[in-house]
Design a protein around this ligand. Sequence first.
Ligand SMILES: Nc1ncnc2c1ncn2[C@@H]1O[C@H](COP(=O)(O)OP(=O)(O)OP(=O)(O)O)[C@@H](O)[C@H]1O
Ligand SMILES: [Mg+2]
Length: 468
Amino acid sequence: MAEPLKGSVLLVDDDPAVAKVLGALLGQAGLSVHTASRGDEALALLGRKPIDVVVSDVRMPGMSGLELLAEVGRSWPDLPVILLTAHGTVPLAVEAMKAGATDFALKPFDREEILFSIRKALLRAQQPEASRPPVGKDAGSFVGRSSAMSSVQALLARAAAGTATVLLRGESGTGKELAAKAVHDASPRHAGPFVKLHCAALPDTLLESELFGYEKGAFTGAATRKPGRVELAHGGTLFLDEIGDITPQVQVKLLRLLQEREFERLGGTQTLKVDVRFVAATHRDLETLVREGTFREDLFYRLNVVPVWLPPLRARPEDIEPLARHFLDVHARANGRPAFTLTPEGLATLCAQPWPGNVRQLQNFIERLVVLSDGPLLTGDEVRRELERQPGIIPLLPAPALTPVPGGPTAAPGASEGRTLESQRKETERQALVDALKSAGDNRTLAARLLGISRRTLYNKLEEYGLV
Ligand SMILES: Nc1ncnc2c1ncn2[C@@H]1O[C@H](COP(=O)(O)OP(=O)(O)OP(=O)(O)O)[C@@H](O)[C@H]1O
Ligand SMILES: [Mg+2]
């Protein structure tokens, strides 16, 4: 079993039976447990006790779990909150994640699952956001030996030396954020700030206020002046993630910022100048958006000064092995587990999967293996068992080694003619999505979880296959 967990948990639930059972479970896992039966009681306790993670029910009399989440976010922005929602109230879980919950667990909860969520939350909380690498210590550097990734790295290194805007393209989970950080770290401004802004899913005014900041009284609720991310990134790098999702209104303002390096805060009249290097990323097909008229062509050219394409994992299968070994090592250490060894068949099974969620999906999968396997040997059976536990994923058997027929043709034409590997892969992937949605009762958060991919990746895939 994994090492005992260290930390203190605040458990908030109005049902004394849940508090008792779950409290005992968390206590057994090594955590020190505090309980509260109401939201206001929880807030008072947070003011008095050093709590590392909050686990709260959603439906409670008085303050709901979502209201508690918002309150905690205001006073203790770094404190992770995991919400418990009953089966059948899954839309609430979706809302919870949108509102900033660290994770959610469905009641009746699974012991391993809830401990897994808490373990992750505790690990993340130990490191402040700014200094937190995505994985492990050496996460800034890319793992991979494919020639495609070597070219990407060479390109990033060249781009880092200058100040030209870099546009990172590629499917979800391919490493765009890692690449953005790599550009900053290798650049002469590496000692300056690296500031990130996620541009999707924020309404215009909120995005603008995040980007440019605001003056006191700019809108209701603007009680003080607040600097935006552009100002915070002065002397460093501003990473604009999901740039393909911004509206024409914000596009105009961004164009001016990129052209002139100047802007005004919301509600302000003073023009401010900044020294910022921009890196942008998107999984969207910007050329099509430009053709359709939803993305400004002039902005596209301003962004696309150094275009870098991150290839999907299926296009560089030789990277799966080094990545898998790297993540095994990182997650075994992070979870206090002994070193794991992949058998050749275990490895071949991993390499045979299409990994539609790319490196992120592989990483999540390995993390699950590390936490849930007895170890230390990871056999083909063990890998397949874990793949099967994720309904919607149909484990693919490793391809048998080909024995060339002397003098014969290298590939036999016939049954598979016209069905390229790519079209077969897509078919399998589409089916996996359909199955996962079915198993999840059409709930996308749950479906993403079943597939071991992020919700964003799921949405992208659903769009790609016309399943929305
Ligand atoms: N070559 C790599 N070596 C090591 N880790 C990697 C590599 N590529 C990606 N990762 C890891 O995979 C995860 C996903 O990468 P990242 O967040 O950079 O993807 P992304 O392209 O920004 O995805 P999305 O579009 O979904 O935001 C991260 O934890 C990242 O550290
Ligand atoms: Mg990203």
